[in-house]
Design a protein around this ligand. Structure first.
Ligand SMILES: NC(=O)C1=CN([C@@H]2O[C@H](COP(=O)(O)OP(=O)(O)OC[C@H]3O[C@@H](n4cnc5c(N)ncnc54)[C@H](O)[C@@H]3O)[C@@H](O)[C@H]2O)C=CC1
Ligand SMILES: O=C(CO)COP(=O)(O)O
Length: 324
C-alpha cells in the first residue's frame, strides 16, 4: 500500500499513478472538501479538476491512517513539509520527497528537513519535468528518482514505474533537490521576459544563463553536474520556463506586466514555490559565495526592490564575462 501526504495537484496526480495497477492508495488531504470530493466523486475538484480518479484512491484528513502505508510520497508545499512530517510517528519508513523548494529560515533542502523530523526514515527524492495535469492523464513522463542507497532506489523505482511513467535512477539527492528548487525561481524570470514581450531569444538566454547559475550553486552544495543536466535540473527548467501551465512562469508573466507580487500571490490556493524559494536562495547563494544574478533579480522584483523594467535593464548592463 502506498501513501501520499498532500492532495494538491501533484499529490493527486501521483496517487493516480500509484493506483494505476489497482493498488490501494491512501491520500492525506488537509481540506475536508478535498477528502469528500475524492471519496465521493473520485475527483479532486479543488486542485485537479476534470480528472477522473481511480476508485482505489481513498482520501482522509487523518495523517496516522495514511501513514500506515509504506512508502509515503511527501507532496506538501516545501514550507509546510516540516510541520506535516512532525506529525508522523517515529517508526522506520520510506519517504519519497516530491516537493521542490528550500526551507526558509534554516536554508535546508527537503531531505535535510526530513532527516531532522524523521531520523529513522529512508529518504528518496522524486523530481523532474512533470506537470501534474499531464501525468494524471497518463501522458508519457520521465522523472529522476534519487536515493543515496542505490538498491533501495531501484526497489522504489520499480514500485512507482508505470508504462507511461518512467523513473531514472540517481544517487545524488542534493542535485535532484537543487534542480527542482532553483528552476522555480528561474521560471519566474522567464515569465517576466514573456510578460514584457522581450522575445524568444531573451527567454532562451535566460534559460541558459539560469542553468549556469543552477550549476554553480549546485556544485558549491555538492551536487553532481550530471544530475543538474538531467531530468530534475535542465529538463524541469526547460519545461517550467516555457509554459503558462507553470504557476511560477505565470507569476513571472504577471510581474512582467507590472502587477505587484503581493496582489498576484494574495488569496491563491495553489503554490508558486519560486516566490518562497527566491529569498532563501539569495541568502544561501551569498552564504556559499556563489554569484546568482538572475535569482537575485527575481528576489528584488518579488520584494519590490526593483521594477520588472529595472530588473531586465540591470541584467543587461552587467559587465561582459566568459560564458563558463
Ligand atoms: N503541480 C505540479 O505540476 C507539480 C508540483 N510539484 C511540487 O509539489 C508540491 C505541492 O504542490 P501542488 O501539489 O502543485 O500543490 P497545489 O498548488 O496544487 O495545492 C496546494 C497544496 O498546499 C497545501 N497546503 C496549503 N497550506 C498548507 C499547510 N499549512 N500545510 C500543509 N499543506 C498545505 C494544500 O493542502 C494543497 O495540497 C510543491 O512543492 C510543488 O513544487 C512538483 C511537480 C509538479
Ligand atoms: O514543477 C513543476 C513541473 O515539473 C510544476 O511547475 P509549477 O510549480 O511552476 O507549476
Amino acid at each position: 500500500m502506498i501513501g501520499v501526504l498532500g492532495a494538491g495537484a501533484w499529490g493527486t496526480a501521483l496517487a493516480q499513478v500509484a493506483a494505476a495497477d489497482g493498488r490501494e492508495v491512501r491520500l492525506w488531504a488537509r481540506e475536508l472538501e478535498v477528502v469528500a470530493s475524492i471519496n465521493e466523486a473520485h475527483e479532486n475538484h479543488l486542485f485537479l479538476p476534470g480528472v477522473p480518479l481511480a476508485p482505489s484512491i481513498r482520501a482522509s484528513d487523518d495523517l496516522a491512517w495514511v501513514a500506515e502505508a509504506d512508502p509515503l510520497l511527501v507532496v506538501t508545499p516545501s514550507q509546510h513539509m516540516r510541520s506535516v512530517l512532525s506529525g508522523l510517528d517515529a517508526r522506520q519508513r520510506q519517504l519519497i520527497l516530491c516537493c521542490k523548494g528550500i526551507e526558509a529560515g534554516t536554508m535546508q533542502l527537503m531531505h535535510e528537513v526530513a532527516h531532522e523530523t524523521c531520523p529513522s526514515a529512508t529518504i528518496a527524492v522524486l523530481s523532474g519535468p512533470t506537470f501534474a495535469h499531464e501525468v494524471a492523464k497518463g501522458l508519457p513522463t520521465a522523472i529522476t528518482l534519487a536515493c543515496a542507497d542505490a538498491g533501495i532506489g531501484r526497489k522504489l523505482a520499480a514500485l512507482i514505474a508505470r508504462p507511461a511513467f518512467r523513473p531514472y535512477l540517481a544517487t545524488d539527492v542534493v542535485g535532484a533537490e537543487i534542480g527542482g528548487a532553483v528552476k522555480n525561481v528561474l521560471a519566474i524570470a522567464c515569465g517576466v521576459v514573456e510578460g514584457r514581450g522581450l522575445g524568444q531569444n531573451a527567454r532562451a538566454s535566460m534559460i541558459s544563463r539560469g542553468f549556469a547559475e543552477m550549476t554553480r550553486f549546485g556544485l558549491a552544495r555538492g551536487a553532481h553536474a550530471e544530475t543538474l543536466a538531467g531530468l530534475s535540473g535542465l529538463g524541469d527548467l526547460v519545461l517550467t520556463c516555457s509554459s503558462t501551465s507553470s504557476r511560477n512562469f505565470s507569476l513571472g508573466v504577471g510581474l512582467g506586466q507590472g502587477r505587484a507580487a503581493a496582489d498576484l500571490l494574495a488569496d491563491r490556493r495553489t503554490v508558486a514555490e519560486g516566490a518562497f524559494t527566491a529569498p532563501v536562495l539569495r541568502a544561501a547563494a551569498a552564504a556559499a559565495g556563489v554569484d546568482m544574478p538572475i535569482a537575485q533579480a527575481v528576489c528584488a522584483l518579488l520584494e519590490g526592490e526593483a521594477t520588472a523594467e529595472q530588473m531586465i535593464d540591470a541584467l543587461l548592463a552587467r559587465p561582459l564575462r566568459a560564458e563558463w
